[in-house]
Design a protein around this ligand. Structure first.
Ligand code: ZN
Length: 96
């Protein structure tokens, strides 16, 4: 598919607007444990400086392990990463 070259200014503006929307939705934080970026959602359990994966109960002392097992956690993490990649594609594909 052919693309017209947009002016640098409109490209920048477009991207900044999009970033602004994303930032307003959820702030992106870097996990203090695994250095992964994650969205800090208001209802996210655990520490504000840890990603959801690192906020799982077995990272919190003395929590009884119920619910998610390691496999499910891995699946969740992969789903998160896929979603993050999709978000990055949206953000950056205009640059290439
Ligand atoms: Zn983490």
């Amino acid at each position: 598919m052919e693309r017209r070259a947009p002016s640098p200014v409109s490209l920048l503006t477009e991207r900044m607007n999009f970033r602004l929307l994303v930032d307003m939705a959820f702030p992106i934080k870097v996990c203090a444990v695994c250095s992964e970026e994650f969205e800090l959602k208001p209802d996210k359990p655990g520490f504000a400086n840890r990603c959801p994966a690192c906020s799982e109960p077995d990272h919190v002392e003395a929590a009884t392990k119920t619910g998610i097992d390691a496999d499910e956690r891995k699946t969740l993490k992969e789903a998160n990463e896929a979603r993050r990649r999709a978000m990055r594609d949206l953000l950056y594909r205009k640059d290439s």
